[in-house]
Design a protein around this ligand. Sequence first.
Ligand code: ARG
Length: 568
Amino acid sequence: MVDFKQEIANIISKVVEIDAKELKEYIEIPKDVKNGDYAFPCFRLAKELKKAPPAIAEELKEKIQINKELIEKIEIVGGYLNFYISTIKLTGEVLNEIAKQPKYGANEIGKGKNIVIDYSAPNIAKPFHIGHLRSTVIGAALYNIYKYLGYNVTGINHLGDYGTQFGKLIEGYRLWGDEYDIDKSPIEELTKIYIRINQLCKEDENVLQACRDNFKKLEDGDEYCVSLWTKFRELSLKEFQKVYDLLGSKFDSWNGEAFYSDKMPEVISILEKTGKLIESQGARIVDLEDKGINTPCIIEKTNGSTTYATRDLAAILYRARNYDFDKALYVTSYEQVLHFKQVFEVAKLLGLDEKYTKGLEHVPFGMVLLPTGKMSTREGNIVKLEDLLEEAISRAKEIIEQKNPSLPNKDEISKKVGIGAVIFNDLANSRVKDEIFDWNQILNFQGETGPYIQYTYVRTQSLLEKTGNVEIEDVRAELLQDIYSQNIVKLLYNFTDILEQVTEKNEPSILSRYLIDLSKAYSAFYNENKIMVEDTEMKNSRIYLTYAVGKVLKTGANLLGIEMPDKM
Ligand code: ARG
């Protein structure tokens, strides 16, 4: 497909002494369609050419040679050169590309680059909470999109399966294990044990000591402790899997924190050699004051045990060596901003190539708020995720029952709609924003929601079912020049660009927004243009555009992790 931006950069580069690749980066897409399809801001050249931007614009306009087949006209507005591309050419190009590419919008921009995405990462023996859901959803969307653009992606579920709390759980289980049915509802029962043992630890110093000893024993491979830990882990994973099955989540690696237990001594010894690992109140820390971080990074606690940060450092070392990553992304809530600042700073001391330390990136996201306030375990607002997802499905079913009672496969469709709604809600807005979890909003078929996109898709499919398929050869681009068709064509053309933007900012909401825009553009087209017209050529062209919209909506939604029903 013609890369119009590139074409424009090429013709400009012929008359100025700047590489087309660099020029391409200058080219903008004007906010207002009145200013053309692409704009070249001449002030970017003002310094070099020692001329005022409008004068440069004049000169460029005089000198450049345009291919009339691609570009209809150029206009000067202030210091901008505005390019109007041939919309007939554009329409033909886009629709042909959609016809011939099964993976429309995919490219090879990521070829040879390795991306590691660390996401989901719930904690063993604790509830899989709504923040982990967000991490799972954002991480999976990024995973799919990077992959679509040709990157080699590894998805890691860095489970919280290690730490002193396991010493406590083991002790609690040893004392009262037979009072709890942990096989039946492991997380709930283990949480109860955890709360009870914590209480006892506060009252009895000896119990606390026993817990610490258990953790030490666990680290040293004591049979009893390891077998309990394994049992807790397995039971928890079985519970988590229910959520993953509902969401369709998959990971390439399940190496959690425990995986790094034998890899931390190396981190500590490297840090010792740098001389930056210092004693402070019995603990060993790296001071980061001179890096503008006021809180030191604790590497070893007073009792000699390692920390969450130490394990992340070992993981960086391991991932650099085993995945040779160009980017390593960490998808967690913004509550961990400080943690990753510290870890990424200390990672610079590990002697790794700069490529790796530069590739580390925290991808933070905001809290999930109930209309009544923060959802959290501590305040007792526990929302069990599996229940929440099941509720989404049953609410979706209720709506479908009302709207379309005779629909076949209602259960399967309700699942796609309910889960799709929750996923879309997590991705709808800029990720750092806090998100409000409000059932009425999430499942509103008319709102800017997952169901709205699915509904638009379903409309395209039922239209195609009625009309039968049209071949690309029967499309006449000249007949799709009205503003509603053109809005759609431009959006379709921008699809790859949107996906690239997602990866540049690690911001899936750019794609969510796009799918809403495309759905709205299709609704406007559908309302304004009659599709079943007498004129066969017109009818076929409009049907084909409908097909194209459906295809891109489905591709985009699937990349976000949302499944499309064919009917709803
Ligand atoms: N288990 C952690 C939590 O629940 C998230 C882990 C994120 N990944 C990491 N490499 N630190 O907060």
